[in-house]
Design a protein around this ligand. Structure first.
Ligand SMILES: [Zn+2]
Ligand SMILES: [Zn+2]
Length: 131
């Protein structure tokens, strides 16, 4: 089965998007009326599956943020105007409780093109440049 590289999914539709991730886990967390869809990038889903395998030992985890609409992204003073969350290309991944943070970064760097560590908050922003 071939899948489109990029899909738009209505925000109120919850469905399975990959083996272990469903739409509600990657949709924007805001409640704005104009936030009506999610940009779903297949490569991001593939990277989340690989992250689950190599960092979470195939156990469930939920990324903190994946897709973020323009409106919600603009609310966040620390978020870049060019944030790849707005294109569905990024995910914020929490560090597993038992994994040293340096090991966490090194493993993520084998999966994602770019990894930005936020050690004090125990997560990494991860993204890819192109879908
Ligand atoms: Zn939103
Ligand atoms: Zn991020």
């Amino acid at each position: 089965m071939s899948k489109a590289k990029i899909r738009l999914i209505d925000k109120d539709v919850d469905c399975k998007l990959s083996k272990n991730f469903k739409h509600s886990e990657i949709s924007c967390h805001c409640n704005y009326d104009d936030c009506t869809f999610t940009i779903v990038v297949q490569k991001t889903l593939d990277c989340l599956q690989t992250t689950r395998a190599v960092i979470y030992a195939n156990k469930p985890f939920t990324p903190t943020n994946v897709y973020r609409c323009q409106h919600h992204n603009a609310d966040l003073s620390k978020s870049s105007k060019k944030s790849r969350h707005k294109k569905g290309l990024a995910a914020d991944i929490p560090c597993p409780p038992n994994m040293p943070f340096d090991e966490f970064i090194a493993r993520l760097e084998n999966v994602w093109q770019r990894v930005l560590p936020y050690k004090s908050k125990s997560f990494c922003h991860c993204d890819n440049e192109i879908p």
